[in-house]
Design a protein around this ligand. Structure first.
Ligand code: ASP
Length: 348
């Protein structure tokens, strides 16, 4: 007799090291199709849940993934939302934090788990981390608590930890613990049991309508400050034709070298409608504009406080908000609060 409560998971295989094989001639790793993964993980057949797969064609090294692929992923989830209990996205680690951030904004009022995972070593290699990551991600995607999905968020699962996707950064190109969430606690720690940190998980009320947003505006840039940065370098970035949004990566609590020229130009651009967001280069802590003289002029010019947002989430949120075709004021207001847990606002 068929088990009616049998759960179902859709695996979206976008590519990444997990499914790569070594080219025998060039010795470089190249993405391969999902069959390769299935053959190497026979345990997949032992799960008491229905597993379906959709594969990107061709599978991509995530270095080549861009915002059009985020739209593809979000659309696949939207099209299949009612059919599955949860979703696992197999993705390269290089840009996984960007993709997870983007999907967290694009999938509004998400009530089901969307778990990104991948590997540092291909699944065909004996010491691979991919097998455990994949199997646990599926288990998390089908896990329930009080008859509801345990973690209805866009997450990254890697090396025993489950993180809110838009809080993560890839911080190691070497170790299996490739991701960190410096400003927000892990949503689960996996050992013998799946130990969820329920207090840290976002639960959306049932009656909020799930909506997929697919309009993104990529006319944005990042300007990373460094000691000795020249006026020419800054000019090149901020005078890009058709620029709509700019993330400035600043020092410490949001500081830039004291520079009247820059503040004036930025004020003019903001007056013309440009959205400028101040994100710290520090891995922990938050922007506090006005704390030092070196950031006072930015606040006065109308630069937006990025608080403790990661650069990855800032890029995604900026593309998402610009894509909505709303006023500059509405965008500024949306940056003052968390849309899906991407910033911590401490009321002072
Ligand atoms: N370059 C690979 C990718 O991001 C690295 C990985 O998967 O770990 O697709």
């Amino acid at each position: 007799m068929k088990n009616k409560t049998r759960k179902s998971v859709l695996i979206i295989y976008t590519g990444g090291t997990i499914g790569m094989v070594q080219n025998p001639i060039t010795k470089t790793y190249e993405p391969f199709n999902f069959k390769e993964i299935k053959a190497k993980v026979p345990e997949l057949r032992r799960f008491d849940c229905k597993i379906s797969t959709i594969q990107f064609s061709p599978p991509l090294d995530s270095t080549n993934i861009n915002h059009t692929d985020w739209i593809k992923m979000a659309t696949i989830i939207g099209d299949n939302y009612v059919k599955y209990n949860g979703f696992v996205i197999l993705h390269g680690t290089d840009t996984m934090s960007f993709s997870a951030s983007a999907l967290s904004f694009m999938l509004e009022n998400l009530q089901k788990p969307v778990i990104f995972t991948g590997a540092q070593l291909p699944i065909g290699i004996a010491r691979t981390d991919g097998r455990e990551n994949l199997l646990t991600a599926i288990e998390i995607a089908t896990s329930e608590h009080n008859s509801k999905p345990s973690v209805p968020e866009v997450c990254i699962y890697f090396e025993n930890k489950l993180y809110r996707g838009n809080r993560t950064v890839k911080n190691s190109a070497e170790y299996f613990k490739a991701f960190q969430s410096f400003n927000y606690p892990a949503l689960a720690q996996i050992g013998v049991h799946l130990n969820f940190n329920f207090d840290a998980i976002n639960y959306i009320p049932d009656h909020y309508p799930f909506t997929v947003h697919t309009a993104l505006d990529s006319r944005i840039a990042i300007l990373k400050f460094f000691p000795g940065i020249s006026k020419e370098t800054i000019s090149l970035v901020i005078n890009m034709p058709d620029l709509k949004g700019l993330v400035i990566e600043t020092f410490g609590a949001g500081n830039i070298p004291y520079n009247e020229w820059f503040a004036e130009v930025i004020a003019q651009l903001i007056e013309r409608g440009l959205v400028v967001l101040n994100v710290t280069q520090c891995i922990t802590g938050s922007v506090e504009m006005g704390k030092y003289k070196t950031s006072e002029t930015l606040a006065a010019a109308g630069v937006i406080n990025g608080y403790d947002i990661t650069t990855e989430a800032a890029i995604a949120k900026l593309m998402f908000l610009l894509g909505k075709n709303i006023s500059r004021k509405e965008i500024v207001d949306a940056f003052r609060k968390a849309i899906c847990g991407e910033i911590t606002i401490v009321n002072t």
